[in-house]
Design a protein around this ligand. Structure first.
Ligand code: ZN
Length: 153
């Protein structure tokens, strides 16, 4: 004998919420260097030698605590993956269509997700060489790098 619990259903919904959070000591140092010096800093794991950008407090490869081995990486790198965003949602950084790319900066061992401006959104390619274009305004988040652009040639 089973109890009748009624029909199960799922409510579909969407939320878009403005928010703020403390970037922490590691995230704050990263953002301040971007904003004030136009330098991209990472943290190197002393145990496995991987360099992480953005910096973080724990190595995702060997689980060591990352502390004070800060390194500056190059503002140039390579596209390791990308997608073309074609839908509009509130609080997106820009109007679609645009390219959201994974960029492995020279000197880093992981890729960072960021905007790629390459003219036509169909022009993005894995392996494309790119450089960071910094914002001149104090944005105080990852958009202190306004976007990446292809390096000609
Ligand atoms: Zn490690």
């Amino acid at each position: 004998m089973t109890k009748d619990r009624g029909e199960a259903f799922v409510v579909e919904g969407k939320m878009a919420l403005p928010y703020q959070y403390f970037a922490g000591a590691t995230g704050s140092r990263f953002i301040v260097a971007l904003r004030d010096e136009k330098k991209i800093l990472g943290v190197r794991c002393e145990r496995c030698a991987a360099t992480f950008v953005p910096p973080r407090q724990t190595c995702e490869r060997c689980f060591s605590t990352l502390t004070d081995d800060w390194v500056e990486v190059e503002p140039t790198g390579e596209i390791t993956g990308f997608t073309v965003v074609r839908y509009a949602e509130p609080y997106q950084p820009k109007q679609p269509p645009y390219v959201l790319a994974l960029v492995k900066l020279d000197g880093a061992d992981v890729s960072i997700a960021h905007l790629l401006e390459c003219g036509d959104v169909g022009g993005a390619k894995v392996g494309m060489r790119v450089r960071a274009v910094f914002s001149d305004e104090a944005v105080n988040n990852i958009l202190q790098i306004a976007h990446f652009e292809p390096i000609d040639g």
